[in-house]
Design a binder for this molecule. Structure first.
Ligand code: GLA
Length: 380
């Protein structure tokens, strides 16, 4: 996102806040990007490696102290006021979850009023929840004049989603939103926490995206089931992460076919993420595209998290000259498809994807994570 665009979004968050809460004390603001996985989907909770970028669509939050002692959350026309930040089943739960998570870490957060604005589509597989958690937490820390390490900020955002809201997500989204490097991708090892920046070497390649308009499912039963099956499978063959797995080991156990497919997905996807990072280091666009398409096939056939709309959109993108590969992004069961294309074929690719599913298209540009954007709040 250009400074102009993130400024406009921040202004929209401030306007939402003032419209709902009237004039008040000075607000602190923050902006957090979404994330697009390049290769390495559904492996974070299996201790795998993920190659991902933060993107230039995101969420802005404006936070100010409440004069009334009540919390207020405003986004567009939706306004909620309440006495407590604890979840109670309304729209404000997701915005206030970071307040609860920060308090659980010992940060004394007073009652606050929050305005939210987004360019990132919600529920589209681009980590809008993580971006919301990180933007809100960062604005609150800024309001209180506090700093936090990048690791702690990502941990607060993860705890807000997982422990406060009960969404069974892995560590990928929060780390990508906080730590992605400027002008490149992040190779994240979810077993050790190690991160490596990988430069984006192609000025004339682009990520063309299509939100199919069907909601993805990270909080839902199917995501939870895939996660449980994968964890069960790893335990059955006696390893704790997919990085320790081999095909021979999988074959030496008499596994139920569904569990076997989950393990074959995580072992292959982890390997592909590492190879995809290598392809980027060697500026091998063709190889990265091939890994992206292979990732989609594995998510479709082995992890079984794709849908006919996602598959049709991927095929449509792959049929465009100048497209190197395409795949679904995020938890699946709906959401977004991303295609790696030459800049000059991006329009044609977006048209083909939209025609396949009737969805909304946009370009995604690799962007820095919040650690790079908020050095006054995030240290280390
Ligand atoms: C969602 C989850 C992540 C990860 C992805 C799939 O975005 O929040 O933890 O599991 O799905 O890779």
């Amino acid at each position: 996102m250009t400074t102009g665009e993130s400024d406009r979004l921040t202004l929209a968050a401030l306007v939402a806040l003032e419209r709902a809460g009237g004039e008040g004390s000075i607000a602190a603001t923050a902006w957090a990007p979404g994330r697009c996985t390049l290769v390495g989907e559904h492996v974070d909770y299996a201790g795998g490696q993920v190659l991902c970028v933060a993107v230039d669509l995101g969420i802005a939050a404006a936070a100010r102290r409440s004069d009334t002692g009540r919390f207020l959350v405003a986004s567009g026309e939706t306004v909620v006021t309440r006495a407590s930040a604890d979840p109670n089943g309304d729209f404000a739960d997701r915005v206030l979850a970071p307040v609860v998570a920060l308090r659980e870490r010992g940060v004394r957060v007073p009652a606050v009023e929050l305005g939210i604005a987004a360019t990132l589509p919600a529920g589209a597989g681009l980590a809008s929840s993580a971006a919301l958690m990180v933007a809100t937490a960062t604005a609150i820390l800024r309001l209180l004049g506090l700093t936090m390490t990048a690791r702690d900020l990502a941990a607060v955002a993860l705890s807000a989603e997982r422990d406060v809201l009960g969404i069974p997500c892995g560590p990928l989204d929060q780390r990508a939103v906080v730590d992605s490097p400027d002008g490149g991708a992040l190779l994240l090892d979810c077993a050790t926490g190690r991160e490596e920046p990988v430069a984006w070497p192609w000025p004339d390649a682009a990520l063309a995206a299509c939100d199919t308009g069907t909601q993805h499912d990270v909080g839902g039963a199917e995501y939870r089931r895939r996660r449980e099956e994968t964890e069960q499978g790893l335990a059955m063959v006696g390893v704790s992460t997919c990085q320790e797995l081999t095909e021979a080991r999988i074959d030496s156990f008499d596994l139920e076919p569904g569990i076997r497919r989950r393990l074959l997905h995580v072992i292959g996807e982890n390997r592909r993420a590492v190879e995809a990072a290598d392809a980027m280091r060697h500026a091998d666009l063709v190889a990265l595209g091939r890994f992206m398409s292979a990732s989609h096939r594995s998510l479709r056939d082995l992890h079984e998290v794709s849908t006919p709309a996602l598959d049709a959109t991927v095929s449509a993108a792959e049929g465009v000259r100048g497209c190197f590969g395409a795949r679904m992004v995020g938890a699946g069961f709906g959401g977004t498809v991303v295609a790696l294309v030459t800049r000059e074929s991006s329009e044609a690719c977006m048209r083909a994807m939209a025609a396949a599913c009737g969805g909304t298209t946009f370009l995604l540009r690799p962007s820095p994570g919040v650690a790079g954007l908020s050095p006054d709040v995030v240290r280390g």
